[in-house]
Design a protein around this ligand. Sequence first.
Ligand SMILES: *Cc1c(COP(=O)(O)O)cnc(C)c1O
Length: 436
Amino acid sequence: MPLFYSTNNRLARVTLEEAVITGLAPDGGLYMPEDIPQLPRAFIDNMAAMSLHEVAYAVIYYALQGDVPSHALKDIIARTFNFDIPLVRTRGGRFVLELFHGPTMAFKDVGARFMARLLAHYHSRHREWRTIHVLVPTSGDTGSAVACSFLNLPGVKVHVLFPRGQVNQLQQAQFSTLGGNVTALEVNGSFDDCKQLVAQAFADDTLARDMLLTTATSINVARLLPQMVYYFYAYAQLRASDVPTDRVVVSVPCANLGNLVSGIMAQRMGLPLTRFVSAENQNNIFYNYLRSGQFVPRASVESIAPALDAGDPTNFPRVQALTGSLDEARKLIHGYSYTDSHLIETMRTAYHAERYLLDPHSAAAYRALIEDLQPGETGVALATAHPAKLLNTVQRIVGHELVVPAQLAARQHGKRRVRPMASGYAAFRQYLTTQQ
Ligand SMILES: *Cc1c(COP(=O)(O)O)cnc(C)c1O
C-alpha cells in the first residue's frame, strides 16, 4: 500500500484513505505519494492499442499498488471517464488534447469525479462515519465539477463558496441549481476571501473536533492522481498516429499547478515526455519563480481567463518536491505569461487561420506551445475548458455566435438557490455549525 507524506514533513505519512478524507495534512503540508512506481517499458510501447479505460486502469492500479481493490477501481474508472478525451490535430500541425467533454465541460471533471467515487468507496466500507463536509472555494469551474460529481453521494455535504458578481450565470447555474447535498454560498468578497474562509475553517481546531472537513480543490491528492491518465492517453493517441513520439512536449494552462503536477508525476511513472510548458496569464507567480528563483505570491488580478487568476499557486510545494531544485525545474518546465490581449490575439488567429476555437485558458497553452516548440518536436496543448463555458467572452472575441452544448444549457434555466454569506469568518463558522 502506498503511503503519502506531507510536504512539510517527510516523516508524517498517512494512507491514501486518510489523505483523501483530510485533504490537507495537519501541519498544513500537501500530501505526496512516497514513491512513484515505474510502469514497465512494454506497457508504454503497447499503449497505442489501448482504450482510455484500459490506460486509466493500468496507470491508477500501478500508482496505488492495489490499495483500491481491482473491481472497485474498475467501477470508479468507468464512472470517472464516462466521456472521451480526444487528441485533435489543428491545421498548424499541433495537437490539442480536449479535456472538456465531461458533464461540466472543464478538465476538473476528471479529478472531481474520481475523488467523489473514491470517497463513496471508502464510505461504503465505513458506514459508521460521520458526515464528510467538502468545502470548495471556486471561481467557476471547480464548483461546477465538484457539485456535479458529488451530487447525492451518501454521507457527504458540499459547500461551494463563490465570490459575488464574479462568476457568470451559466457557470453559477452548474452548481447553484442542483440542490440536494450541495449548497452554494455567495460570499460578499473576492475569490481570495473565499479561499481564506476555507483555510480558516481548516485551521479551526474546535470546529475540526466536531466536524469532518475536507476539500475538493487540487489540494486533495485524489484530484491529481486520475489527471495523470490523460497525459498517458495523449501519448497513446500520438503513438497511434503517424507523428514522431521521441520528443513530446506538453503545454499546460496553469493556475494552482495541479494539472502540471499530475503531468510531472506521469513522467516519473515512466511516460517519456521531454518537457512541459507552463502557460500563465498576468498572475505569473510561477513564471517569475522560474526566471528569478523567487516564489512571491501576491493578490490576484482579474482576466478573461478567470480560472488562471491565482495569486498564490497552491501546488507549488508539490512542484518543488518533484523537481528537487530550481535548476531541475528550469530544465523540465519552460514558463510563459500572457496578457488578455495576447490571449485574444491567439484565439482570433487560431479561429480564423486554423479553424480551431480555443477558450481563453486553452489559448494560453496553445500560444506557449507555438512559442516553445523546437523543430523535430511533437507538441500537445491541453485544452481545459469548452469555449462555450465563457460564452459571452468567447463570442465577443471571435465575433461569432456559439451553440451552447446540451449539458451546459440544461441547467441554464433551473432555479438558482444561493445563500448570501459575509466575508468574515464568524458568519461562515456559524453557518457550518448548523450543518452537522
Ligand atoms: C482550474 C483550471 C485551470 C488551472 O489548473 P491548475 O491545476 O489550477 O493549474 C486551467 N484551465 C481551466 C479551464 C481551469 O478550470
